[in-house]
Design a protein around this ligand. Structure first.
Ligand SMILES: *Cc1c(COP(=O)(O)O)cnc(C)c1O
Length: 525
């Protein structure tokens, strides 16, 4: 018998039933789900409203003439559609999410509850400012803690992601350079080889020329390598600390000094701030601007779970250029929202970077995280994040190879593919086999300075039991790879709703729009 997709269904023996398809194409709880366009009907609607009497639309020439073309589903069908799609998403609520550089930590339900308080969740960005004093107080308090934790002078809250924060910080640097009349001459930004792709992209977007800083043998950036590239044309460096190899940059203070000596600025990519909160303050290290991914370090959801939020902290050298809007506190404690450049009391904002005020819901969650942890709790979180990464390192180091064995790992541990040599298994195969074990793969092939990189970041929110199971699963896979069990890897994942997809094509030629299937022409006219 053939199923709906034209594939054979189970017949005969139990073994055959195990491997054959089913009539629906579903496999028990792994259910197929088509697009709403494919399952919907144009003549159905989940809402049944009476036609209003005596209703005369005032749209004039704008009135719709054709069908609206949106598929209709009944309410239960709609519910099932979206719940099924949500179940296909692997998230931090379903399992350990070891994606390095992304800090996928537990999003505490307390924070969710706070964000849903109607006074926060129902505010509208165009509401009169006089009606939202609580929101201003929250933004002011969050700003205070971000500035305190980083040892910086001020913060621009409004950027909506890490990359957006990078753009904001670099725009502040550009504004400072313009204010000094050096914009004709300072047009180079230094970016280490191991940088996240958003760093050079940000610099290039602002018209800077990108010059690459080579990494030392041990994966860190040396002050000599930076000095060699420094000159009056250098506007800034964009350096990540701890860097994307999971290592603390030991010469970061010297690098900052060298930059400042030639009048350049130090942009720190703060995506890895989770490793050092409460332990080190970027301001003390000489950083001039740094974005903070609230959705990484301060536990607000991401990866399909919620919008990003990338506040940028600025040093005294850049504070005056922070974009509007921002909240200022008067001597009497009264708060003012500065929304227009001309109203900035003692600065020259470079403009604004978002239409409104940023991601209010994320501000609430981040502040809730900070207040519920306290200073000691946040420090403990950083220590536990580092401990967890090193625990994984210790659990795998006899089987997998470390490119930089001499440095302790910070909050993430980086392996390379040296240990897979001659096994016939690649980093990609290994990652795909992890899916069969129920894990989201680690970050692969990044940073680029390491061949076949596998970057694992467990975060502090994993228990010892869940780390032990993860290590045991990876050990089992590693031993299978070394034992030549290539079949376990070459076709993996075997148990996922979809197997290996053409990811390059999906990225390069995405099909984002559904088009109705062409009616099949009658054959042989
Ligand atoms: C995540 C990340 C970014 C970008 O942050 P988004 O919020 O994804 O825009 C930049 N640099 C590093 C090192 C990161 O890990």
């Amino acid at each position: 018998m053939l199923n709906r997709q034209g594939r054979p269904t189970a017949a005969g023996s139990a073994e055959a039933a195990e491997t054959a398809g089913t009539f629906t194409g579903n496999r028990a709880l792994i259910q197929e789900e088509a697009l709403s366009f494919e399952i919907g009907r144009y003549d159905t609607t989940g809402v049944d409203l009476d036609e209003p009497e005596d209703f005369a639309p005032r749209l004039g020439a704008l009135a719709r003439e054709g069908e609206i073309g949106i598929p209709g589903l009944s309410e239960p069908e709609t519910m099932r559609h979206f719940v099924k799609l949500s179940q296909k998403n692997y998230g931090i609520d379903t399992g350990l999410f070891p994606l390095g550089s992304c800090t996928m930590k537990h999003n505490a339900r307390l924070n969710e509850k706070m964000a849903r308080l109607p006074g926060f969740s129902d505010v509208h960005p165009l509401q009169p400012v006089s009606t939202v004093p609580g929101a201003l107080a929250l933004m002011n308090e969050l700003s205070h803690y971000l500035v305190t934790l980083t040892g910086m002078t001020t913060v621009a809250l409004s950027p909506k992601a890490g990359a957006h924060g990078e753009l904001c910080g670099m725009m502040a640097i550009k504004a400072a350079i313009v204010a000094k009349g050096e914009d004709e001459t300072r047009d180079v930004v230094l970016v280490p080889e191991s940088a996240h792709g958003t760093n050079p992209a940000t610099a290039a977007l602002l018209g800077f020329k990108v010059r690459e800083v080579p990494a030392a043998e041990d994966g860190t950036v040396r002050v000599e390598a930076v000095r060699e590239l420094l000159g009056p044309e250098v506007a800034a460096i964009m350096l990540t600390n701890p860097n994307t190899c999971g290592l603390f940059e030991p010469q970061i203070v010297e690098i900052a000094q060298a930059l400042h000596e030639v009048g350049a600025y130090f942009y720190c990519d703060g995506a890895n701030f989770n490793a050092i909160v409460g332990k080190a303050r970027p301001g003390d290290l000489g950083v001039d601007a740094m974005h903070i991914n609230l959705h990484k370090t301060f536990s607000t959801p991401h990866g399909g779970g919620g919008p990003g939020s990338g506040p940028v902290v600025l040093s005294e050298r850049l504070a005056a250029f922070a974009p509007v809007p921002f909240v200022t506190a008067g001597a009497d404690g009264s708060l003012t929202l500065v929304e227009h450049e001309g109203d900035a009391p003692d600065g020259s904002p470079f403009g604004r970077i978002t239409a409104f005020h940023g991601q209010m819901g994320m501000y609430v969650r981040a502040l809730s995280y900070m207040l519920s942890h306290g200073a000691d709790g946040m420090k403990q979180a950083s220590e536990d994040a580092v401990l967890n990464a090193n625990y994984i390192r210790a659990g795998l180091v006899d089987l997998m190879s470390l490119p930089f064995p001499d440095h302790p790992s910070m909050h993430e541990v980086l392996f390379d593919d040296e240990w897979l040599k001659d096994t016939g298994v690649s980093t990609l195969d290994f990652a795909k086999a992890m899916i069969d074990e129920g894990y989201h793969p680690m970050t692969m092939y990044f940073p680029l300075v390491v061949h076949g990189a596998m970057l694992i970041e467990p975060t502090e929110s994993e228990s010892k039991a869940s780390l032990d199971l993860f290590v045991a699963a990876l050990r089992d896979l590693a031993m299978a790879a070394k034992a030549g069990e290539t079949a376990r890897f070459s076709g993996a994942p075997y148990h996922a709703p979809r197997r290996r997809l053409d990811e390059t094509r999906a990225a390069r030629q995405p099909i984002l729009r559904w088009t109705p299937p062409q009616p099949v022409r009658e054959a042989a006219e």
